[in-house]
Design a protein around this ligand. Structure first.
Ligand SMILES: [Zn+2]
Length: 288
């Protein structure tokens, strides 16, 4: 499933090619993935592409009848296997393409690219919402408004985590960091990798952690995510960026998906257990 580094990589790869373009036409091949709330995006200009947790937010401005209207936001969640793909030619879209946006350069209407939403499992969704004055979607999908701080935000600190654990003292560290209301954007891969980097076992209860250990978590999460973004994400199964290119962070994984293999640091066999319903990998010698 795409997590923060993958969604951020998609954002960075599509932004330069879609910013400033006008949506000239929308082809809706699978209506249930497109929750438009009756907003019309044809004619809108793409102002920016942002990310919040695992959501992409595409800022739209409606210029359709030469009057500036309220800004809109197209929210995209890729869920398990969703992809946003740019195409320079109007080729027959591959199977499992659910939405197609024809984007033109407003100065040169023959300069066309397509932004396609493709999803084999079909859990991904695209919503259109009005933007409020703070640039946030009005009536956002459930869970969006409850998202915790971004990992790179200063609000994501040891003091914050220590405060948050007070309502969840018996929860495992793994479940705590997977909770999008605690910190936005982490999933199974990056929680396991961050806990290896922080040298903490995933089944520790959060109530047992010291402030210094919470501090190690914030440092480790940022380091791991930063490196994963530099590697354009992890491509183990489906994930590709906006130009259909794989990431490289799978070559750097220390524990995720490595159960039974020797730890890259100490040689001990990597173990796996189920925590919070998710397969969890860790090194019993490096992580305490
Ligand atoms: Zn080890």
């Amino acid at each position: 499933m795409p997590e923060l580094p993958e969604v951020e990589t998609v954002r960075q790869t599509i932004l330069p090619d879609v910013k400033g373009r006008r949506i000239d036409a929308v082809e809706i091949l699978t209506p249930e993935v497109f929750l438009s709330n009756e907003f019309v995006v044809t004619g809108c200009l793409i102002q920016n592409v942002r990310r919040r947790g695992k959501y992409l937010l595409i800022d739209l401005l409606d210029y359709s009848d030469n009057k500036v209207k309220k800004p809109l936001i197209m929210l995209v969640h890729l869920r398990m296997t969703g992809r946003l793909l740019l195409r320079q030619q109007d080729l027959e879209p591959p199977k499992h393409t659910h939405l197609r946006f024809r984007l033109i350069d407003p100065e040169r209407s023959d300069d066309v690219i397509w932004l396609d939403f493709h999803d084999t499992r079909r859990f991904g969704r695209v919503w259109i919402r009005a933007a409020d004055d703070a640039g946030q979607p009005v009536g956002a999908p459930s869970g969006y408004d409850a998202l915790g701080p971004e990992p790179f935000d200063t609000a994501f600190s040891a003091a914050y985590l220590q405060n948050r654990q007070q309502q969840k003292r018996n929860v495992s560290l793994k479940a705590f960091l997977l909770d999008q209301s605690v910190v936005a954007g982490l999933g199974n891969i990056y929680v396991d990798e961050s806990l290896f980097a922080a040298k903490l076992t995933p089944d520790r209860t959060v109530g047992s952690l010291s402030e210094c250990e919470f501090d190690r978590i914030t440092v480790a999460v940022r380091q791991v995510l930063e490196q994963a973004i530099l590697c354009q994400g992890t491509s183990l199964r489906d994930y590709v960026d906006g130009w259909n290119r794989k990431g490289r962070f799978q070559e750097c994984l220390m524990v995720y998906g490595r159960a039974g293999q020797p730890c890259r640091d100490c040689g001990t066999e990597i173990r796996k257990i189920k925590l919070a319903g998710r397969t969890t990998c860790w090194c019993p010698a490096c992580q305490l």
